[in-house]
Design a protein around this ligand. Sequence first.
Ligand code: HEC
Ligand code: HEC
Ligand code: HEC
Ligand code: HEC
Ligand code: HEC
Length: 490
Amino acid sequence: MKLYRILIAFLPRLWSNWITLLGTVIVSLAAVTILVALAIDLTSAGLNTYAAAILFLAVPGLLAFGLLLIPLGLLLARRRARAPGGGPLETDSVLAAFTRAMESETVRRRVAFVLLMTALNVLIFAAVSYRAVTFMETPKFCGATCHEVMQPEYDAYQQSPHSRVACVECHIGSGASSAFEAKLSGLRRVWGVATGRFHRPIGTPVHDLRPANETCGNCHQANRQSGTRLGFRVHFKEDEANTPQVTAMTFNIGGLDPRSGSWSGIHFHASTRTQIRYELLDDKRQTIGKIQKLEGGKVIKEWLPPKDQVGTVVGTRIMDCTDCHNRATHIYDGTPDAAVTRAFTDGRLDRNVPWLYQASLGVLKTATPAREDAEAQFRLALDQSYGRDHAGQKPAGEKLDRAAHALAELYRRNVYPKMNLSWNNYPSQIGHGGPDPGTSKAQCFRCHAGDHQTADGQELSSKCELCHEVVAKDELPADLPDEIRPLLRL
Ligand code: HEC
Ligand code: HEC
Ligand code: HEC
Ligand code: HEC
Ligand code: HEC
């Protein structure tokens, strides 16, 4: 009974002045949000780092702020009352009025009604919070909330083989939300975006990406045997007919051989039995020091970098899927050439328009318009290019319209001036860094250029057949061997 009295005496104080009232409202809303988030976090795989950062670090901050406002309001009210010439304490008059009012049956019924509606409001707010919290798990939240920041990644993602895989499946994995550390770093990034302090473009590689066996491994079996895969690489000549040149090669992808139990081929690096550990000589993972092969945690073979390669070791890393498939989802065209080639291969740029490859490449290589103006500017540039170089063969206006549209699409997929993102800021790690494997030291050839050797002089192989066999090189589609010609879609 005493507790009830104290409560009845205290409650009216909560709305006796506006500061305290504001505090009460903030505390209530924050508390409901936290309870809902907690319920979701406990009953599902866990919230993602960003949602968790906001909900478990920022909202409690708000709660604390509200809690501070309540006594502050009361204190200020009391001061004002005590000051010379101040009226009676507001709380006292509110309390007196309240007690008087509660004596009437109708008022009591109305108060009960208000309490009921308040309970209903709390339920509605809880449902809204629930929607908000679950929305934070979706790619739309991750990709579109900080629109300018994430737009390049989100655009690339939406057109990738993983467009139905949630960002959190690769970036957060499950169970991460339990780590306070992860939440703190999430909050730091939210703060970074809010204050405009972040890297443009966003840095790569992502240093705190979860180990691939906890992300990619949830869907892809590392020990899958992929065998040998046929692949085509098509290029086009800068001539009147946009002549295609086709290279056909079989990739030795390999994996675990279920019969012998041994790992081979390109996917040997993903072996669950042996690990490849390597020293990084820079943050971008481009220069590689000592490379070790481990089995059961023990080093069984070791390759040293060339003697003239200097640099300090900034870290070590065990190879996983993302050391090669760093562009599994955020796939960009490395160069204007690669972009135009892709559009010719999938038919968005029309191969039958004379000189179009040459003209398109010229335009995309030199123009740097704003994204919104790209189509109009490219239309003009194509017109000028034909007028200058092939005046007699200028295609019909509507063909140039379509070409300009396709080029603008390519441009907007790769160039984001506001994020300082242009061609080849996000290079893939698959390949040998250019058409001439003899001189390259990039991508696979960071290790396989033949300059990493064991102490007794065995090279880490750079033989072409280690990775692929070239079946046909720079052929016209019609000249491809009969067995593979039907497999080419061009
Ligand atoms: C299939 C897995 C996968 C999905 C789905 C995915 N990512 Fe990524 N993401 C990666 C990998 C792998 C990297 C590169 C990691 C590296 O090189 O260290 C990356 C890198 C990034 C980067 C750093 C810049 C870059 O391109 O290297 C950002 C930002 C990013 N992702 C945002 C997102 C957003 C936003 C979504 C959802 C709209 C998303 N990711 C969905 C796998 C994924
Ligand atoms: C939630 C499930 C899921 C996760 C997680 C996932 N993938 Fe995939 N991945 C798929 C599916 C499904 C496909 C086939 C898509 C298709 O063919 O349209 C695929 C396709 C691929 C392909 C072939 C792409 C192509 O061009 O056909 C590669 C390579 C790949 N994934 C690598 C990765 C890597 C690396 C990761 C981790 C960073 C990863 N995946 C994470 C489901 C997943
Ligand atoms: C040493 C680099 C490397 C590593 C490590 C690696 N891959 Fe691959 N993977 C490749 C290459 C190269 C190809 C062929 C790509 C092509 O056709 O362009 C490929 C092809 C694939 C494909 C498509 C072919 C198929 O079998 O369907 C998938 C899916 C794939 N990888 C998934 C993975 C996953 C998952 C992991 C980690 C467990 C992984 N890869 C680790 C280099 C690698
Ligand atoms: C960080 C260094 C590193 C990178 C990067 C790397 N490899 Fe390797 N690779 C190795 C090591 C170490 C071996 C083991 C050689 C041995 O056991 O003799 C190896 C072996 C191989 C093998 C032979 C496997 C077998 O035994 O059948 C192939 C094929 C291969 N790599 C392809 C690739 C391809 C393709 C890429 C790029 C997509 C690549 N590697 C990137 C270090 C690397
Ligand atoms: C360590 C593995 C590895 C070695 C060794 C290697 N390559 Fe490659 N090569 C690749 C990969 C992976 C690709 C596919 C790159 C891509 O998808 O763009 C490729 C692509 C190619 C292409 C097609 C390029 C294009 O876009 O038209 C040619 C041609 C080629 N290699 C020739 C060679 C020759 C010649 C050698 C030997 C001197 C060699 N490669 C050694 C891994 C290797």
